[in-house]
Design a protein around this ligand. Structure first.
Ligand code: F6R
Length: 616
């Protein structure tokens, strides 16, 4: 998704803007650009492709001493990913430049109106329309601030936008509606950005913008102000200090962020449990967590989970534990489907929105819909201060640290931990006995994972070499392994572009098995749980049709693999049967990672994908 950075301060702006854009690369992009004001004139430099293309162009620019500017990485929504459509966009009279993240839904209507009044456009973007609209409004407004607000009031959709104009050379204006934007407050300098890493080398003091607010930075040496979009009334807000540093956003010597994030899952599990799984068995799990009263009850009568992608798979996994340990009926829905129905939510039903970024447009809309319908809305997020976290009635954080690789890995692991704890927490409140054996094993999980990961990586590397030539893959699982099969297939396709489908293993015989032949391998999850024997039969059905199989399994109580035979018999350590998913998940992630790396794919930024999907 697009990345925005703006700067006003005492240092040369352009190097800071480019540095900020590098720190936003994880969001995915296809072109980039910067704009700054020098000698009273607006300059725009942009390039299609990687940031290095922009840097090469900037190297040919005359010395840039401007201390104010905006920058952008674009992930195409309107118009092809080419330089013409890259941001910043100028208003045709050259009076201002803007960068924008999101979609202006009524842009065609606005474009027609502006065209009729004489505007011409050089790009296909909704952003250029917005720039021209601000310029038009400036003719009627008493100030640039008012023109900015008047134009934004006419825009429908979602946006984060930043603007510079020679009329006020040291000032950046910015605004948000359903897209992330925040201010970084330094000493004598301020930033606006889509995310904290953009300016974390310079300040940790942050001001979160709310929907329908305008920020103005840089008036009077590093100052910042907030205004309400509707009436321009000033808004006061305290700064928040961000705890994590840039170090945690670096690769730690790994080749890619993705492998670093997979390998740090033992720590992620430990940190996710910190303060939530007390050493003292007399104290409750999630002790001290304040969840809202749910229609007068402290446990929902029913739960609806809404999420997208990997977070949806985590929700599907968590549902069976919330039912089993929490005793709560759970439905799991893809957020983009939920939001466009008129879902019937029962009295006492709560909605849980799961999102790593906390900014996914469909999940945010689903959460808002639940609130509109008067239901308690809970959030399970990784990014602190994100839109879902702020709008939910209560939020549980996964505490996984920044996830930079576009493909989600450690976030899912941490979501699973929290969902399991939530199930135990609600179960206790409903008078179910808590499973202290499970908790003891959960406490031992980080060490178990830590010990298992190096061997897993070796097996993954070996299997990846053998199977990277496959054109299609099945992933099969039952019970808790079914959502993992979906996740394994999602990871393989998004990283290596190999077609992969996840199936509930029992569904194979209802059609998909027709595809099995020696060139269509299967990745089967046969963990030591109640579904093991059934999975063995499913694997045999595949093998009977000459299908090659990788089996992810665990030894039986005698340390044997029993009757299982496979082309790759991938042994995970034995563990409490309810926790086996925590071992299987990194194995699936590692396999996809190693296949993609072996095939030379762009692991951290797969094609066509974005980290934070703030459009529908
Ligand atoms: C897959 C992946 C996506 C996200 C999805 C939801 O690896 O990263 O499928 O899981 O876009 O994102 P969040 O969790 O941020 O709402």
């Amino acid at each position: 998704m697009c990345g925005i950075i703006g700067y006003s301060g005492h240092r040369p702006a352009v190097p800071l803007l480019v540095e900020g854009l590098h720190h936003l690369e994880y969001r995915g992009y296809d072109s980039s650009g910067v704009s700054f004001i020098q000698a009273g004139k607006l300059h725009v430099v942009k390039a299609a492709g990687r940031l290095s293309a922009l840097e090469a162009k900037l190297a040919h620019e005359p010395v840039m001493i401007s201390t104010c500017g905006i920058g952008h990485t674009r992930w195409a929504t309107h118009g092809a990913p080419e330089e013409r459509n890259a941001h910043p966009h100028l208003a045709r009279g050259g009076s201002l430049a803007i960068v924008h993240n999101g979609i202006i839904e009524n842009f065609q209507e606005l474009r027609d109106e502006l065209t009729a009044s004489g505007c011409t456009f050089v790009s296909d973007t909704d952003t250029e329309v917005l720039a021209c609209l601000i310029e038009e409004e400036r003719k009627r407004a008493s100030s640039l601030l008012e023109a900015f607000a008047r134009a934004l009031r006419r825009a429908r959709g979602a946006y984060a936008v930043a603007m510079v104009a020679p009329e006020e050379p040291g000032t950046v204006y910015a605004a948000r509606l359903s897209a992330p934007l925040l201010i970084g407050v330094g000493t004598g300098e301020c930033f606006v950005a889509s995310d904290v890493p953009a300016f974390l080398n310079y300040t940790r003091d942050v001001v979160f913008l709310e929907d329908g607010e305008i920020a103005r930075i840089g008036r009077g040496g590093g100052s910042w102000e907030l205004f309400r979009l509707d009436d321009l009334a000033p808004v006061s807000r305290a700064t928040t200090r961000i705890a994590w540093d840039m170090q945690s956003a670096c690769k730690d010597g790994y080749k890619h962020f993705m492998i670093k994030e997979i390998m740090e899952q033992p720590r992620v599990v430990a940190e996710c449990m910190a303060g939530r799984v007390p050493a003292d068995p007399a104290r409750d799990v999630l002790d001290g967590v304040s969840l809202p009263e749910l229609d007068g009850m402290d446990v929902p009568r029913r739960l609806r989970i809404v999420a997208c992608g990997t977070s949806y798979n985590a929700g599907l996994w968590g549902a069976r534990f919330l039912e089993k340990f929490g005793g709560i009926p759970v439905d799991v829905e893809i957020a983009s489907e939920f939001r466009y129905r008129d879902p019937l939510l029962e009295e006492g039903e709560a909605v849980l929105a799961i999102s790593q970024s906390g900014e996914t447009a469909d999940t945010l809309a689903a959460l808002r819909l639940a609130k509109e319908k008067g239901r308690a809305a809970l959030g399970l997020c990784n990014v602190v201060g994100s839109s879902i976290a702020r709008e939910a009635d209560a939020v549980l954080y996964t505490q996984a640290g920044p996830e930079i690789s576009v493909a989600s890995t450690k976030a899912m692991c941490s979501q699973m931990v929290v969902l399991l704890l939530l199930a135990l927490y609600w179960g206790k409140r409903r008078g179910k006995k808590d499973d202290s054996a499970l908790l003891t094993h959960l406490r031992g999980l980080p060490a178990l994972l830590e010990g298992a990961l190096p061997a897993m990586r070796e097996t993954a590397t070996h299997a990846a070499r053998t199977y990277s030539g496959a054109r299609s893959f099945f992933y099969l699982g039952r019970g808790p392994s079914y959502p993992l099969a979906l996740e394994g297939a999602l990871k393989l396709k998004e990283l290596s572009y190999i077609h992969a489908e996840g199936y509930a293993a029992g569904e194979m015989k209802h059609g998909p098995i027709a595809l099995i032949d020696p060139d269509f391998p299967t990745f089967a999850l046969a963990l030591r749980d109640e579904f093991f024997a059934k999975m063995v039969s499913n694997i045999e059905q595949v093998q009977a049709r000459q299908g090659r199989v990788i089996v992810l399994t665990q030894p039986d109580s005698c340390g044997e693999c029993g009757d299982l035979h496979a082309d790759v018999l991938w042994m995970l350590p034995s563990c409490h049967s309810e926790l086996a998913s925590f071992l299987a998940l990194p194995a699936l992630q590692l396999f996809s990672y190693e296949v993609a790396d072996y095939l030379g794919k762009d692991v951290d930024q797969p094609r066509n994908l974005a980290k934070s999907v703030t459009v529908e």
